[in-house]
Design a protein around this ligand. Structure first.
Ligand code: MN
Length: 310
């Protein structure tokens, strides 16, 4: 069974461009290889935006050496990059962008969301690439909500498997009391994203007061981010916009869910994002939007970008 290594509390909020008020819950500069292969998790919103004429966001900027993963929960984000990719990430959608050897992109509220206004909630992850893949050609996987398979567990918990596989174990249900009911069915649900290293990325909606045993992977760094409500793991409570970093030992975690404290319904849900991945045990050297293995590679990244080689 996986136990808690440390609780990560909500850091102060800052703005990315003028579009995204974020809490950088995970950051390699603080957590290092303890969160590997993940480098960063920015929780944006939930925040309300009034209708406006001009889309807010963040203009053209480069990335090299890793992948950016944008998950939209409310609102819409428009994306465009110099590899010719672009599109609108809608509610429930995920954009998995491999910056690799270099990409220049921009991220804005969509035109439609800008005009109508409303709630914006998203998470952006940075996922590291192993040294051998840092200079891979840029790539883009745009995934719509309907392309993400969902599993409903016996207790009503719902899992959306974005990347990797999740093994559901369903107890056979029979009304025939003369038969043993120990025949469990195991079924693997696999997400649509392809990744460079072994990663599971799963959204989960957990009914309040339910307890769920999640099947994760021995040896992975696993992180549970709480988006809504709160959860308890081994008698420790993790609140909204906080995370639990789990120890790599063990392959399951037992989570009890609690409704948001401001809800009027005690049947409300908790919502979490599960990040789990095989650690990349290599040096991390980062500078702004570049994450490489050595200072020399960072210098090269800056030179290449300034010379227009992205
Ligand atoms: Mn970016």
């Amino acid at each position: 069974m996986k136990t808690i290594k440390r609780i990560i509390n909500t850091p102060p909020q800052h703005w990315v461009g003028d579009g995204f008020p974020v809490n950088s819950l995970l950051f390699y500069g603080e957590h290092g290889n303890a969160i590997s292969p993940f480098l960063l998790a920015d929780l944006a919103g939930p925040a309300h935006f009034d209708p406006a004429a001009t889309p807010r966001g963040v203009g053209q900027h480069p990335h090299r050496g890793f992948e950016t993963v944008t998950l939209v929960y409310q609102g819409e984000v428009a994306h465009k990059d110099n590899a010719g990719n672009g599109g609108i990430i809608k509610k429930g959608g995920v954009q998995w962008m491999t910056a690799g050897k270099g990409i220049i992109h921009e991220e804005f509220h969509s035109q439609d969301f800008t005009q109508k206004g409303g709630e914006l909630e998203m998470i952006q992850l940075w996922v590291n690439l192993p040294a051998k893949d840092k200079m891979t050609p840029p790539a883009y996987q745009g995934i719509n909500n309907e392309d993400i398979p969902t599993a409903t567990l016996n207790n009503g918990a719902q899992l959306r498997v974005i990347a990797g596989s999740y093994n559901t174990i369903t107890k056979a249900i029979t009304n025939d009391t003369t038969k043993a009911t120990t025949n469990n069915t195991t079924k693997a649900i696999t997400g649509p994203v392809s990744t460079f290293t072994n990663i599971q990325l799963i959204d989960a909606v957990l009914p309040a007061n339910s307890t769920t045993t999640l099947n994760l992977t021995e040896g992975h760094n696993s992180i549970i981010i709480v988006r809504r409500g709160s959860i308890t793991i081994n008698n420790t409570t993790i609140n909204t916009k906080c995370a639990a970093l789990l120890n790599p030992q063990g392959d399951t975690v037992i989570i009890t869910a609690h409704a948001p404290s401001d809800t009027t319904s005690n049947a409300d849900n908790a919502e979490i994002l599960i990040l789990s991945g095989e650690p990349i045990n290599e040096p991390i050297e980062g500078y702004g939007p570049f994450v490489m293995n050595t200072q020399a590679e960072i210098k090269t990244a800056i030179t290449d970008y300034n010379a227009g080689r992205f």
